[in-house]
Structure formats: structure tokens, C-alpha cells
Write a protein that binds this ligand. Structure first.
Ligand code: C2E
Ligand code: CA
Ligand code: CA
Ligand code: CA
Length: 277
């Protein structure tokens, strides 16, 4: 009888643990993961089309679960934005980027790293003192950290303009991300003191196809030139797209044609190889 009772209670305890695990909401899980710092940053090289050199990288967050599974940002960033967890996540991102890249950035003052800042970060403005502290402490020039924000981030125009001005006053470059995929692109561009524009990969994909979007791509490029913005094309996958972009006067490109996002050490090697070329 005793072993039987032991078995039952063991099963019961097991069941309670199992149920409580199942009940852990995605929000709770994400909060715990942030506290446990289960995030790493991968770096996707950005290439200067005029000489093929690697001049920058975009920092892209990845969640590495204790069980070894990787979770992409498309799954956890929206949740982080909805729940307000984006703020501690952005702090963690800044910390990791500086930790990973400070030495390389100090060694190559022409190199920059782009970080993604959410609409909510822009509104709260909290990321900026965190970034300023990290940059100052590590001896990186503020101009070596660029900020990417989507149109979503600029919808509440006055707040956004203030945030962009503050970031630029602190020495950072600010880029509008995924340009063309939001709503009020054109009116936004006029009112904001931006440095760069990232052409969304859907417009790059359309190059040299008969998709309706392909008509828009040259206009985006012309307009960005007219506004004296630097242009970065994202999602470049073919030589044909590259040739088109280069001919259109686009200077910077990023995409699988050059490299996927790489762990910090592999990015350092990539940068080294592409530096001397
Ligand atoms: P995004 O800012 O548009 O980042 C570019 C995404 O396109 C990345 O996906 C990248 O891996 C992917 N990509 C790059 N080159 C190519 C290509 O040639 N072809 C194709 N088909 N895809 C390409 P990823 O890393 O899954 O990131 C997805 C999104 O998650 C990002 O889109 C960004 O909006 C968000 N995100 C990533 N890291 C952060 C972060 O640290 N903070 C915030 N707030 N958002 C982040
Ligand atoms: Ca981006
Ligand atoms: Ca983008
Ligand atoms: Ca995009």
C-alpha cells in the first residue's frame, strides 16, 4: 500500500508542476527570459556598393531558449511591444551590442551598428540615456550607433520629432525602417529630421519583375535622393537587384546575397575580410 501511495503522490506532484508550466503565459515566459538574459544579438553585414566593403551591420535579436530552441524576433517583438516588455528588452539589446562590438567599433571608426528601436521606445524616450551611458562608458562614438525606427514609430508626429531630434543631438544617425510599408510615408518624411531611409525588402524583391510594386521602387530612391537621405536597400538577394540599385545610386545594401545575420565573432571575421578588399 505504501509504495502505491508514494506513486500516486509523485504523479500528483508531477501533474501540478506540469499544469503550472502550461499556465505560464507567453508574457510571463518572456519576462523571465529577459531577466535571465536569454537573448543574443546577430549582426547582418551592410555593404558599400561602390567598393564591396562591409561598413556596417544591423543588430537583430534572437531568443535562445534554455532547451536550445531559437526563437525569431517576429514572434517575441510584437509581444514585447504589446506588454511593455520592449523597454527592458531594448536595454538588454543596447548592453549586448556594446559588449559585442565596442572593441571592433573602436578599432574601425568608419564602422557603424544599426539598432532597431520600437515605437514605444521612441515615445518613452528611455532608451536614449541608456544608450548614451553605454556609448560613453565604452568609448564608442555616438555616430557609430544608428537608430532604425519604422513608420509606426513616427505616427505620433510631435513625439517622434522630439525623439529623433534628441537622438541626433546625442550624435546618432536616425533611419526610417521598412520604408513604404506603412501609411503616411510621404508626409512623415517632410516633417522629420532623418539621416537615412531603408527601402523595405518588398520593393527590392520587385526589382526586375513585373510586380506593380516595381514601378514604385525608383520613385522611392529618387525621393530619398531629393531629401538628401542616405539609402540602405534591405533584402538584396540577387546580382540583378544589386546592379539595379548600384545604377540607381543606392550606396548601401544588406541581404542574403552578402550574408545572413551572423554571431558577433563571425561578423568580426566577415568585416575583417571585407575591409581589406
Ligand atoms: P527588419 O528590421 O526589417 O530586419 C530585417 C529582417 O529581414 C531580418 O529578419 C533579416 O534576417 C531579414 N533579412 C535580411 N536579409 C534578407 C534577405 O535577403 N531576404 C529575406 N527574405 N530576408 C532577409 P529577422 O532577424 O527575423 O527580424 C525580423 C524583424 O524583427 C526585424 O525586421 C525587426 O523589425 C524586428 N527586430 C529584430 N531585432 C530587433 C530588436 O532588437 N529590436 C526591435 N525593436 N525589433 C527587432
Ligand atoms: Ca530594421
Ligand atoms: Ca527593415
Ligand atoms: Ca523589412
Amino acid at each position: 500500500l505504501l509504495p502505491m501511495g508514494l506513486l500516486v503522490s509523485t504523479l500528483l506532484v508531477g501533474l501540478v508542476i506540469w499544469v503550472s508550466r502550461q499556465r505560464l503565459s507567453p508574457e510571463k515566459e518572456l519576462a523571465i527570459a529577459i531577466r535571465k538574459r536569454e537573448f543574443v544579438v546577430h549582426y547582418q553585414p551592410i555593404i558599400d556598393l561602390s567598393n564591396g566593403r562591409c561598413v556596417a551591420a544591423e543588430a537583430l535579436l534572437r531568443w535562445r531558449r534554455p532547451d536550445g530552441r531559437w526563437i525569431g524576433p517576429d514572434l517575441f517583438i510584437p509581444l514585447a511591444e504589446e506588454t511593455g516588455l520592449i523597454s527592458p528588452l531594448t536595454d538588454l539589446l543596447i548592453e549586448r551590442v556594446i559588449e559585442d562590438q565596442a572593441a571592433l567599433l573602436r578599432a574601425d571608426r568608419d564602422l557603424h551598428i544599426s539598432i532597431n528601436i520600437s515605437a514605444r521606445d521612441l515615445e518613452s524616450g528611455r532608451f536614449l540615456p541608456v544608450l548614451t551611458e553605454a556609448v560613453t562608458r565604452s568609448g564608442v562614438a555616438p555616430s557609430q550607433i544608428w537608430i532604425e525606427a519604422t513608420e509606426q514609430g513616427f505616427i505620433r508626429a510631435e513625439i517622434a520629432a522630439g525623439a529623433v531630434e534628441a537622438a541626433r543631438a546625442a550624435g546618432h544617425m536616425v533611419a526610417i525602417d521598412d520604408f513604404g510599408t506603412g501609411y503616411s510615408s510621404l508626409s512623415l518624411l517632410q516633417g522629420l529630421p532623418l539621416d537615412a531611409l531603408k527601402i523595405d525588402k518588398s520593393f527590392v524583391e520587385a526589382i526586375a519583375t513585373d510586380a506593380a510594386t516595381s514601378v514604385v521602387t525608383p520613385h522611392i530612391i529618387d525621393m530619398a535622393h531629393g531629401l538628401k537621405l542616405r539609402i540602405i536597400a534591405e533584402g538584396v538577394e540577387t546580382r540583378e537587384q544589386e546592379a539595379y540599385l548600384r545604377a540607381a545610386g543606392v550606396r548601401l545594401a544588406q541581404g542574403w546575397l552578402y550574408s545572413h545575420a551572423l554571431p558577433a565573432s563571425e561578423f568580426a571575421t566577415f568585416h575583417q575580410d571585407r575591409k581589406v578588399q
